[in-house]
Design a binder for this molecule. Structure first.
Ligand code: F0G
Length: 463
């Protein structure tokens, strides 16, 4: 079946509480269930099975063909790597165009050096940092910001460790809305802060951490008509889930054995897992990858919940890590992420600051690069291989969430060798030295450059 014979219909959707299954068409300002206080997800009644698809005039193969054919279309919604998959997204009303910066359509890269470092035969990374504002947040912001505009909001807001705010500010600006950003003072990268300033957000640096910012915002949205764009907003996760659909398309609909995702507020792992389960239910894929979540040791409430409390409860922690994007101690979506780990039989691991720094440099050495929070994936993979959970000949895809230019200060300090100066980790940094490439400051002569080159080669550098 080709696109010309397929109807342009989308699934009808409702909000459903993940705990008590209460259903609603609209959520309160804080996106919490009025019955039990848990989060909502977007459900597609009647579309959860191949029979449901057929009743709407589709088949699994027909959908795959349609999505592929849209790649050659010039229409804005088709050139977006999110809205291209709109049959599996909640509907915007007729006449409401999506706010799009042509997000998604991100590359899947081979990482041969990283594969060797992790002890696996092959390794790939889906680089969500290759989005318009350089993080995975854009795929969810295009959907949630579009719903904000459809609902008639003038203001949108988020609490953020930097990437959500950069993305929200951009999409609000494109959609003609004002944006309010709450970020922890001093604990986000300058690159991310400068993005939200440039895109015109009202930016407030609060003297607290991310969790403190989220608390303030949850109260604020109850007092003013401001639309909340954190990942408790289920429309964010709908957009973010398309990264998994696109990944499976890139893999010709063959599931990898493992998918490895960084965990902060746990929206992304929830979103990717939701897509995997929906694709399985609809017959688009036959097997599920094991989705594993990796946290930084200093911001590990989910790891501890699963390892110490069997996932029954989550005890918030005071978070601290140089991977500031995931410096989160009270993740909102932990129950959704837990369901994904359990259903896909994945793992939760934690990695140290030094392990993150080394993995980030190794991802850079493959010519790809990423921000520190994304590098927990490779650091975590190494541990999962050592533990025998990932076998050397199994296929693994890392989800890299942010671009290498998001946090140049971390990178420069790493290569100059002073990332951990004066910290308890200083004594553990010997494994980092071979990866460090501090810049040489030289006289402006050919001889000076040649001498440096010769010295470098004499060290037997193995590129
Ligand atoms: N990687 C990066 C680069 C991030 O910015 C984030 C989260 C994560 C991973 C974790 O994703 O929260 O869905 O588990 N950043 C948020 C922000 C919290 O405000 O930018 P998660």
């Amino acid at each position: 079946m080709t696109h010309s014979t397929l109807p342009e219909t989308q699934a009808a959707s409702r909000l459903r509480c993940i705990q008590c299954a209460y259903e609603a068409d609209h959520a309160a300002a804080d996106f919490r269930c009025p019955n039990c206080g848990n989060l909502f997800e977007v459900a597609f009644p009647g579309w959860q099975t191949p029979q449901g698809l057929r009743a709407a005039g589709y088949t699994a193969q027909g959908l795959k063909d349609l999505w592929r054919e849209r790649k050659s279309s010039l229409a804005p919604a088709d050139t977006s790597g999110v809205w291209r998959f709109r049959e599996l997204l909640p509907n915007l009303k007729p006449g409401c165009d999506p706010i799009t910066l042509r997000e998604g359509n991100t590359a899947l890269y081979d990482l041969p050096r990283c594969a060797r470092a992790a002890g696996v035969r092959a390794l790939q990374a889906k680089h969500q940092g290759m989005n318009p504002t350089a993080s995975f947040k854009d795929t969810g912001m295009t959907t949630a910001a579009s719903f904000a505009r459809q609902k008639g909001f003038r203001w949108v807001a988020c609490a953020s460790t930097g990437n959500t705010s950069a993305s929200m500010a951009a999409y609000a600006a494109r959609g003609g809305m004002r944006s309010l950003v709450l970020i922890p003072d001093g604990k986000i990268s300058w690159g991310k802060l400068s993005q939200s300033l440039d895109y015109g957000a009202v930016t407030c640096q609060l003297r607290t951490d991310f969790d403190g910012c989220a608390k303030v915002l949850n109260e604020l949205v109850k007092r003013r008509p401001i639309y909340l764009l954190n990942s408790v907003n289920p429309y964010r996760l709908e957009g973010q889930k398309t990264a998994a659909i696109e990944l499976l398309e890139q893999l010709n609909w063959q599931s990898p054995d493992h998918l490895i995702v960084p965990g902060g507020n746990l929206g992304n792992s929830s979103a990717l897992g939701k897509a995997l389960l929906e694709m399985k239910d609809l017959g688009l894929i036959s097997g599920l990858p094991k989705l594993s979540v990796i946290q930084a040791e200093g911001a590990n409430p989910f790891y501890r919940s699963v390892r110490e409390h069997g996932g029954k409860t989550l005890i918030p922690t005071a978070a601290d890590t140089l991977a500031t994007a995931i410096r989160i101690g009270n993740p909102a979506s932990w129950k959704k992420a837990l369901r994904v780990i359990e259903t896909t039989q994945g793992m939760v691991e934690q990695v140290s600051e030094v392990e993150i720094a080394l993995a980030k440099a190794e991802i850079g050495s493959d010519g790809v690069g990423c921000e520190p929070a994304s590098a927990v994936t490779l650091a975590g993979l190494k541990k999962l291989v050592q533990q025998g959970f990932v076998q050397p000949d199994e296929t693994t895809v890392l989800i890299l969430t942010g671009h290498v230019l998001k946090d140049p200060e971390f990178t420069l300090k790493f290569h100059r060798g002073d990332l951990f100066t004066g910290t308890p980790q200083e004594k553990d940094t010997a494994p980092l030295v071979p990866q460090q490439r501090a810049p040489f400051v030289l006289d402006a002569t050919v001889d000076a450059v040649l001498k440096t080159l010769d010295q470098f080669e004499a060290q037997g550098e193995n590129v």
